[in-house]
Design a protein around this ligand. Structure first.
Ligand code: UGA
Ligand code: MN
Length: 357
């Protein structure tokens, strides 16, 4: 009760102050006043407690405001708990210090926050809704993110449609089936779905001058730190960073010297021109639009070469922009969800209700 003491003091003064005492004089008067005071005391306390509750900060809204944005000052959602000199603080971030104590400079027009377009291929399986739930919970905390969810299916499913409608995210729901002949182990996955996302993006921006934007391929089973989105948001052409738990190693990463990518730390097919997982790079919208023919290819693409085949069409290794402290931090993990055991699903005596999982 912060306000208890100061608010109580004047009330007491009014009821038992010198003015009142002089008018009555005697002992009886004093005890009457005292008893009145004690009768009133609980009510006074109740009023004080109510006033105090009223002045407390309102509860935060259910949908948290975005945490991460490269523009710290001024934007409501730009709180950066990880960046205040703690162990997570990376080099080159000093210009982002918040300006809490100094005088406030006149408000300046903020540059528009580049939109992050996340293309997620997804397909029906027992864990699909769980994966999408985790992903949406992450994306909901990222400012100015547009989710392009592309189902590997002949039609939009009820499950994903319902899910997206309730996800509380700007999104686009597409679908395209992978031809049966390509649904085989060892063949690249999600080629058609990522291309459908690229086509949508190009169509959406064909008639207008490109707004600032960044494209990122976000598979539905990976794990993304919020800091990753802050890093990729400043992509000028193509940016890269390490990916954890991939390629038979704890991580793969671009090797950086003097701010330039000079090679790859990888344990798998080191001959790849861009030895990087799909989760390890982002591309500016401008680059996507100025290379309208750049797509993922089925024809001639070897296993694990999708990323290289795509990146070769839009950039060179020398041009890559290393993120995550010169590629020394893992901010995304190539996690894979184990296949669920449904061995005890009943064939008869099914549950009396139908529940979406
Ligand atoms: C690795 C890479 O991380 C992927 O980016 C790459 O697409 C994939 O290899 C590949 O072989 O092509 P991995 O974990 O083996 O990833 O692949 P999945 O996570 O099973 O699939 C990647 C994405 O495609 C996921 O978002 C998944 O939902 C989707 N997918 C997968 C489909 O849309 N259809 C499928 O039949 C399979
Ligand atoms: Mn995966």
């Amino acid at each position: 009760m912060r306000s208890g003491v100061p608010r109580l003091a004047p009330l007491r003064g009014r009821r038992g102050g010198p003015g009142v005492r002089e008018a009555g004089g005697g002992c009886a008067m004093k005890s009457v006043l005292f008893s009145r005071f004690f009768i009133l005391l609980p009510w006074i306390l109740i009023v004080i407690i109510m006033l105090d509750v009223d002045t407390r900060k309102p509860a935060p809204p259910l949908t948290p405001r975005p945490y991460f944005s490269p523009y710290m000052a001024g934007r409501g959602g730009a709180r950066l708990p990880l960046r205040k000199g703690g162990p997570e603080s990376g080099p080159g971030r000093s210009s982002q210090k918040s300006n809490e104590s100094g005088p406030h400079p006149p408000p300046q027009p903020e540059p528009p926050l580049p939109t992050i377009y996340a293309i997620t291929p997804t397909y029906s399986r027992p864990v699909q809704k769980a994966e999408l739930t985790r992903l949406a919970n992450t994306f909901r905390q990222v400012a100015q993110l547009h989710w392009i969810l592309v189902e590997d299916a002949a039609a939009r499913s009820e499950l994903v449609s319902r899910f997206l409608a309730r996800a509380g995210l700007p999104s686009t729901h597409l679908h395209v089936p992978t031809p049966r002949r390509y649904k085989r182990p060892g063949l690249p996955r999600a080629t058609e779905q990522r291309n459908a996302g690229l086509t949508w993006l190009r169509q959406r921006h064909q008639h207008q001058r490109a707004q600032p934007g960044v494209l990122f391929f976000a598979d539905d089973d990976n794990t993304y730190s919020l800091e990753l989105f802050q890093e990729m948001r400043t992509t000028r052409k193509v940016s890269v960073w390490p990916v954890g738990l991939v390629g038979g190693r704890r991580y793969e990463r671009p090797l950086v010297e003097n701010g330039k990518v000079v090679g790859w730390y990888t344990g798998w097919r080191a001959d790849r021109p861009f030895a990087i997982d799909m989760a390890g790079f982002a591309v500016s919208l401008q680059v996507i639009l100025s290379n309208p023919k750049a797509v993922f290819k089925r024809h001639g693409s070897q296993p694990g070469m999708q990323e290289s085949d795509f990146l070769k069409q839009i950039t060179t290794v020398e041009e890559l922009e290393p993120k995550a402290s010169n590629c020394t931090k893992v901010l995304v993990w190539h996690t894979r969800t184990e296949k669920v055991n449904l061995a005890n699903e009943p064939k008869y005596h099914l549950d009396t209700v139908k529940i979406e999982v």
